[in-house]
Design a protein around this ligand. Structure first.
Ligand SMILES: Nc1ncnc2c1ncn2[C@@H]1O[C@H](COP(=O)(O)OP(=O)(O)OP(=O)(O)O)[C@@H](O)[C@H]1O
Ligand SMILES: [Mg+2]
Length: 304
């Protein structure tokens, strides 16, 4: 079921075109529910993440900050392609489904690249407007999940910025982002901020120290690689029944064994690449074989 957007959130929709906002939607959201279901993490990791976020959300609303300094920020870090953004979308949906009684949930995804890329003098103003106005107004309307994807772009470690190479504006924009995150979270106990990063070392420590929960998403282990490959293969077979050999259990076992170090995104792409592997198959997924998949993974491994 899709929640109707409240009046303010509906008014915000045109803001999608504003720099810095990548997505606005109401929660729960079916697409995000599917994202959560598609993510394969080690046993109980997803459930534990959800329990942690939900319990801290409840605690933050009821226990004084002086007794328990919770900022409402969860940080997901890890290598590219390990499922951070997908898990963040899914988590937003799950939190909204789990915590009831607060009214209609909203979701806003920030595009930090658009903000950081603004012309000189504009980034700081864009960041201040985003946090002080757009997000604050949305938070005043009801419970809100804010996704700050690739947060290192917005909250770059200031101590690592050289003054010569980076104009003062960059420093000011980072300051504005940190103040904005702090203020938004402090003033609204019904806001959950999910941040993701490939480069946790590049994030300003002022942000990291505010995260209530930091989860490092690992590269997939053998069991998880097998499940990801099987999931993608099953989707291909559903559309192209001739691709059935991709689901052969010996092939999947071998594929999982030989793909150590390959992230979830590249595993899924490997299934697609297998369909183009042999010239005789003419690019028709109905003609793909198990050996095609193993050959693609072998090449990926050698290229690492
Ligand atoms: N553990 C996993 N289980 C299932 N699918 C995965 C997993 N990891 C990655 N994928 C798939 O790989 C693709 C990329 O995932 P996603 O964009 O969430 O990764 P990311 O960690 O945010 O990457 P980046 O750091 O490059 O932004 C998605 O299609 C996702 O479903
Ligand atoms: Mg991502």
């Amino acid at each position: 079921m899709v929640n109707p957007l409240s009046s303010v959130r509906r008014r915000m929709l045109p803001d999608v075109a504003l720099p810095g906002i990548a997505d606005v939607r109401a929660l729960p959201d079916q697409q995000f529910a599917e994202a959560w279901a598609s993510i394969e993490f080690p046993a109980d990791v997803k459930e534990h993440l959800l329990r942690t976020v939900v319990s801290k959300f409840h605690l933050r609303r009821a226990v004084p900050f002086e007794a328990m300094p919770l900022h409402g920020v969860v940080l997901l870090t890890g290598a590219p392609g390990v499922g951070k953004t997908t898990a963040a979308h899914g988590l937003a949906d799950k939190v909204a489904r789990t915590i009831g009684g607060l009214g209609e949930w909203g979701f806003i995804e920030v595009d930090p690249h658009a903000l950081a890329g603004s012309a000189l003098g504009r980034s700081q103003r864009s960041v201040e407007q985003l946090f002080g106005q757009t997000l604050a107004e949305a938070a005043a309307e009801g419970p809100l999940v804010v996704l700050l994807d690739e947060i290192e772009t917005l909250a770059t470690d200031r101590s690592a910025l050289s003054m010569e190479a980076n104009p003062i504006d960059v420093h000011r924009a980072v300051d504005a982002a940190l103040v904005g995150i702090d203020r938004l979270a402090r003033q609204n106990s019904n806001v959950l901020i999910i941040a993701t990063s490939n480069f946790p070392k590049a994030i300003d420590p002022a942000l990291t120290s505010r995260a209530d929960t930091v989860v490092t998403v690992p590269l997939p282990d053998r069991d998880i690689r097998r499940r990801i490959l099987e999931h993608s293969a099953a989707a291909v077979v559903a559309a192209f029944p001739g691709a059935e050999p991709l689901l052969d259990s010996g092939t999947l076992d071998a594929a999982a064994r030989m793909s150590e170090g390959i992230d979830g995104r590249r595993l899924r792409k490997a299934v697609a690449a297998a369909c183009a592997q042999r010239p005789e198959a003419l690019g028709n997924p109905d003609n793909v074989s198990g050996e095609d998949l193993l050959a693609v993974l072998q090449a990926m491994r050698e290229a690492q």
